[in-house]
Design a protein around this ligand. Structure first.
Ligand code: GLY
Length: 372
């Protein structure tokens, strides 16, 4: 990865923010070890089962923060072994499109860093599972399992596609990337509105194909703008542009980022949904900002002239308003995140993917490792 040129002031605050975050990560490693985390409750991360969709982020965060420390990488490896173990038991039936979130920050990152053939094998198996969710009738990767979820596609899949692009890169076989591109070509017109906001969920006809309806999902309403969904689209499309060289994906990522920044201008830390009626006072979702910052840094690496400064601004605001710094009562790196307000889950908490992408963005600014 190319290091991004920075002035002295930026180097200083990035270094400081990264050191503070790393200290907290090391403390959490000491307290929870190779666990699977999602959201905090009263400041403490709650352990989740190995098959839960966020299970890749904590081992990924440990590896990102390890700076080559073998003991830390060993803890990430234990978690990866457990995660991969679900292929041998009933956990397998819980897997869905989020195998990208589970295996890119674990096996794929380990392969990128060490060249381990076993890590590569695990990554390619995960990619085969993701590719197996593609429905040729609708032209999309179906997100979830079960009768009620037939034909359902969600915007978050944009950030699982890098697993397919990576699989084509490592095997030399275009079939994985072709599925990713077919998904993109179907999903883009179905999810992205004219004003460059995006839907969370779209239902397609799983037998005949064609878009049926948009659903509100984790957002306020079908026509609203769930903040994290916008961010998944920004980062996912920017990565798709890097892998494919298709300029349209970069341009679209930029347009969705512009809308995100516009909608966020009044808030600093995004509300959970930009179009919630009480957006000015509603609970925030700091994770959306962290993910959007990573997307902007990807756009910057693709040559976008303003994206780096915009990413820095989002990260500075997060550092000032949401970072927990040395607060020992908080396990997470960022407060003010919201997992799923309609379901009442992980509201105004720390979220492991918010922490993960915040740290990844700081790493990226400093020229450090990323895995997508
Ligand atoms: N379903 C993924 C997310 O909450 O962003």
């Amino acid at each position: 990865m190319t290091a991004i040129a920075m002035d002295d002031d930026t180097i200083h605050w990035v270094d400081e923010a990264r050191s503070q975050a790393r200290r907290k990560i090391l403390r959490l490693v000491h307290n929870v070890g190779p666990a699977f985390l999602h959201a905090t409750d009263k400041g403490r991360y709650v352990a989740e089962p190995d098959w839960w969709w966020t299970s890749g982020f904590w081992p990924g965060l440990i590896r990102l923060a390890s700076d080559g420390d073998e003991e830390l990488n060993g803890i990430a490896d234990i978690a990866e072994d457990r995660l991969f173990g679900i292929l041998q038991n009933d956990g397998f039936f819980q897997l869905h499109h989020d195998v990208g979130f589970q295996f890119v920050p674990t096996a794929v990152m380990r392969f990128r860093q060490t060249g381990s053939p076993e890590a590569r094998r695990r990554g390619v198996i995960a990619a085969q599972i993701l590719m197996g969710r593609f429905n040729p009738a609708s032209g999309v990767i179906e997100a979830w399992n079960g009768k009620d979820n037939r034909g359902i596609s969600i915007i978050d899949t944009m950030m699982n596609l890098p697993l397919l692009f990576w699989a084509s890169e490592t095997t030399g076989e275009p079939r994985f990337a072709n599925v990713a591109v077919t998904h993109l070509e179907t999903a883009i017109p179905a999810f992205v509105r004219e004003d460059h906001t995006v839907h969370h969920i779209v239902r397609f006809d799983p037998e005949k194909g064609g878009r049926i309806e948009a659903l509100g999902g984790q957002g306020y309403a079908p026509q609203s703008a769930w903040a994290r969904g916008q961010a998944w689209a920004i980062y996912g499309l920017a990565i798709a542009a890097r892998y494919t060289g298709v300029a349209d994906y970069r341009v679209l990522s930029r347009a969705i980022a512009d809308r995100f920044l516009d909608l966020n201008a009044l808030h600093g830390v995004p509300p959970w949904d930009f179009r919630a009626p009480d957006a000015a006072t509603a609970v925030r979702d700091s994770s959306a900002s962290a993910i959007a910052a990573c997307g902007l840094l990807e756009l910057s690496a693709l040559g976008d002239p303003s994206a780096r400064e915009q990413a820095e601004e989002l990260l500075r605001i997060l550092s000032e308003r949401s970072a927990t710094v040395d607060d020992d009562k908080e396990d997470g790196l960022l407060k003010n995140a919201t997992a799923n307000l309609p379901a009442g889950y992980g509201v105004d908490a720390s979220l492991i993917y918010g922490d993960y992408f915040f740290f990844e963005a700081l790493n990226r600014l400093g020229g450090g490792a990323t895995c997508w």
